[in-house]
Design a protein around this ligand. Structure first.
Ligand code: BES
Ligand code: MN
Ligand code: ZN
Length: 491
């Protein structure tokens, strides 16, 4: 893919596709009008006939039969003008890329929208995100299925080359980080093991000048990470605890920890999942993939906070050494956990990572985890849940998510539910009742953060969407990368 700022007459410039845009409330913009005249009214006629509504990303594809420099015109909906934000252009980019990626080698955008830095950045991000496919295991890459290497040219009013270059660099960084996260989650669990996550973390650290510490199962046991150790025991794969540190050049304004659940396959353990629920459980390392995606671009985006990236990586399997219901395990902070259900393993491995963050003395903790099916029941596949012990940090997450256009919704902590995870023999048990499962999971985690301001993002729904979505590819979405980057940049 290539992205260039250009000038010229959109009607005369040669391309496969000229993309023009229309807001819902607007009859027709400057360029649309010109194109419509050149095509003798075809566009307005089609808008009429197909009762085309310019909802965001909806396209109308017209063959110009040689009447303009472009072979085709793609009219794309920009949504309601009153609801327009740079995010709208990310969606537009995704929608357009999905339409043209199979055939167009050159595409020109002339949307008649002000070419701000953010507008340009989001459109380019959308184009990269919309082009994404996970096809490395397909041996039959014939023409109909493969993607064209498209050159995108942009006509932007009021955008100079320097600002364009800047927006291009950011867009590429953030979008590639998101696609990297998608790749990690889509990768089959036989290759994306805890060991592999550790290797990738090391590579990212080396590329970005980050500090890197990685613990294996012996270290994990010695250090007292009893939760991660217990969960890993049923697997032949060695667990990893991963710690990367980013330090800003200037004095850090704050120190934060981002923590990811890295269960590279969740069979449920001895409380085995039924086959239908086990399918897709390679995605249970989605939180850790977000953390690694963020660290991959952190030295490009240079937030002014110090960031500790922490990952508990393990399989959850049924081997002879597997941890059992009735076991009591001791987390790094000394709290004891009664295991009621081995399938609630995420919160157990996170107990050590959160305790570890507290020991580092960080000022804020944000964790991301594909933690509960209950959160999907509550919010569906497209929205993550956020909970925590501090409304200010929850608000920061909500604001960051809103800025980048990822849907996050707060669920309440509920004191009346806390007794659900009271244990008769240990400090806490790992499962409550079926009801309010996303909340009791968060309240379990709260035992391991002390008083550190903390937000927990349950990304079980949006991490992996089997059938895809209008603005998501099939499978892994990379959800969370952009929210966390935005959160770090706003600090
Ligand atoms: N990894 C799952 C949660 C999950 C489910 C993520 C579906 C994505 C899609 C987690 O480890 C789990 O198994 N949770 C159990 C908890 C239960 C045993 C209390 C669940 O949600 O069913
Ligand atoms: Mn589980
Ligand atoms: Zn899990």
């Amino acid at each position: 893919m290539e992205f260039k700022l250009i000038k010229g007459d959109p009607l005369k410039l040669k391309s496969n596709v000229l993309v023009i845009g229309k807001f819902e409330e607007e009859s027709i913009s400057k360029t649309v009008k010109k194109v419509n005249e050149a095509l003798k009214g075809t566009i307005s006629q089609l808008i009429e006939e197909e009762s085309y509504k310019s909802v965001i990303g909806k396209t109308l594809n017209v063959n110009t039969v040689g009447k303009t420099g472009s072979d085709r015109i793609l009219l794309v909906g920009l949504g309601k003008k009153s609801e327009f934000s740079p995010n709208s252009l990310k969606k537009v980019g995704i929608a357009v890329a999905k339409k043209v990626k199979k055939f167009a080698s050159k595409v020109i955008f002339n949307l008649d929208i002000e070419g701000s830095n953010l507008n340009s950045q989001n459109l380019i991000m959308g184009l990269i995100l919309g082009t994404y496919e996970f096809n490395k295991y397909k041996s039959n890459n014939d023409d109909s299925s493969s993607t064209t290497d498209t050159k995108y040219n942009f006509i932007w009013s009021k955008l100079n080359q320097k600002d364009f270059d800047n927006s291009l660099q950011k867009a590429t960084g953030i979008a590639e980080a998101t696609c990297f996260t998608r790749d990690l989650v889509n990768e089959p669990p036989d290759t994306m093991t805890p060991t592999r996550l550790g290797e990738l973390a090391k590579e990212i650290a080396d590329e970005n000048g980050l500090e890197c510490e990685i613990f294996n199962n012996v270290d994990i046991r010695q250090k007292g990470m009893g939760g991660l150790y217990a969960v890993s025991k049923g697997s032949l794969e060695d667990p990893r605890f991963i710690h990367l540190t980013y330090k800003p050049k200037k004095k850090a304004r704050k120190t934060v920890a981002i923590v990811g659940k890295g269960i590279t396959f969740d069979s449920g353990g001895l409380c085995l999942k039924p086959a239908d629920y086990m399918k897709t459980m390679k995605m249970d390392m989605g939180g850790s993939a977000v953390v690694l995606g963020v660290m991959k671009v952190i030295s490009l985006l240079k937030p002014s906070v110090k960031v500790h990236a922490l990952i508990s990586a393990s399989e959850n399997m049924t081997g002879g050494g597997a941890y059992k219901p009735d076991d009591v395990v001791t987390a790094l902070n000394g709290k004891t956990i009664e295991v009621v259900n081995t399938d609630a393993e995420g919160r157990i491995v996170l107990s050590d990572a959160l305790s570890y963050a507290v020991n580092l003395g960080v000022e804020e903790i944000v964790d991301l985890a594909t933690l509960t099916g209950a959160c999907i029941v509550a919010l569906g596949n497209y929205t993550a849940g956020v909970m925590g012990n501090n409304q200010l940090i929850i608000n920061k997450i909500l604001k960051a998510a809103n800025t980048v256009g990822e849907k996050v919704w707060q669920l309440p902590m509920d004191e009346e539910l806390r007794k659900d995870i009271d244990s008769d023999i240990a400090d806490v048990k790992n499962v409550g009742s079926r009801y309010g499962g996303a909340i009791t999971a968060a309240m379990f985690l709260e035992n391991f953060v002390d008083d550190t301001p903390w937000a927990h993002i349950d990304i079980a729904g949006p991490t992996f969407i089997e059938k895809g979505g209008e603005f998501y590819p099939k499978g892994a979405t990379g959800f969370g990368v952009q929210t966390i980057l935005q959160y770090l940049l706003e600090r």
